[in-house]
Design a protein around this ligand. Structure first.
Ligand SMILES: [Zn+2]
Ligand SMILES: [Zn+2]
Length: 215
């Protein structure tokens, strides 16, 4: 016969004394990996629970996977701070929490002025059993037709608005950063035809954006 379980209570928040940080449901946290050589695990807290005395605090979590932990492994377009929100739920002791972190949406991550150690981003949900991603399609850019890796510098064509890797258009990163205007190969040939009939440019503002680079 199993012993009746001691009644548990749900906590609104809990202060992890070792790091002096207060956690609550919805927070993203770094958790101690079983091997110290590995990077911290990242999880989203769903619920915090304690026994009737407020001790033995456990967190119900949903794991974030790093690209290398996914079935398909890390791909070229995966950012160094990219995480996948998995369908893998778990219960862990609150003592394994090493710190708090922020998992940004892809859009807000690309708008950060500086990426700190605790900044991550997530653009895919991930099934840990099938290895499937949601969404299963993502916009591709450049001649190489790759999804955008926010760690990479890209330049935007002022005409078609597609983004290009400097290397794919035979340019160095330094050259790309100095560009005031950029027209891709296919647009520059079309542009010459257009120029005779259209004198005013449709794209007056500078569209060359040296996308944010990770420090
Ligand atoms: Zn490319
Ligand atoms: Zn173009």
């Amino acid at each position: 016969m199993a012993k009746p379980k001691a009644p548990r209570q749900t906590l609104d928040s809990y202060t992890v004394k070792r790091i002096n940080k207060t956690i609550k449901a919805g927070d993203c946290v770094l958790m101690r990996p079983p091997e110290p050589s590995k990077p911290s695990y990242v999880a989203k807290i769903e619920k915090i629970e304690a026994d009737s005395r407020g001790a033995n605090v456990k967190v119900h979590i949903r794991w974030y996977y790093r690209p290398e932990e996914s079935i398909g492994g890390r791909r070229q377009f995966h950012g160094s701070k990219e995480l996948f929100l998995s369908d893998h739920y778990d219960v862990q002791s609150a003592d394994t929490i090493e710190g708090k972190c922020t998992v940004h949406s892809f859009k807000s991550y690309t708008k950060l002025d500086a990426v700190g150690n605790e900044d991550y981003f997530c653009r895919f949900d991930y099934s840990s059993t099938t290895g499937a991603f949601n969404p299963d399609r993502v916009a591709v850019y450049c001649k190489c037709e790759m999804p955008y890796n926010p760690d990479d510098l890209m330049v935007q064509c002022e005409s078609c608005t597609d983004w290009f890797h400097p290397a794919c258009i035979e340019m160095t990163a330094e050259e790309a950063k100095k560009l005031d205007h950029f027209f891709c190969e296919s647009c520059s040939s079309e542009d010459q035809k257009l120029q005779s009939s259209q004198s005013t440019s449709k794209f007056a503002e500078t569209k060359v954006d040296t996308k944010r680079r990770r420090r």
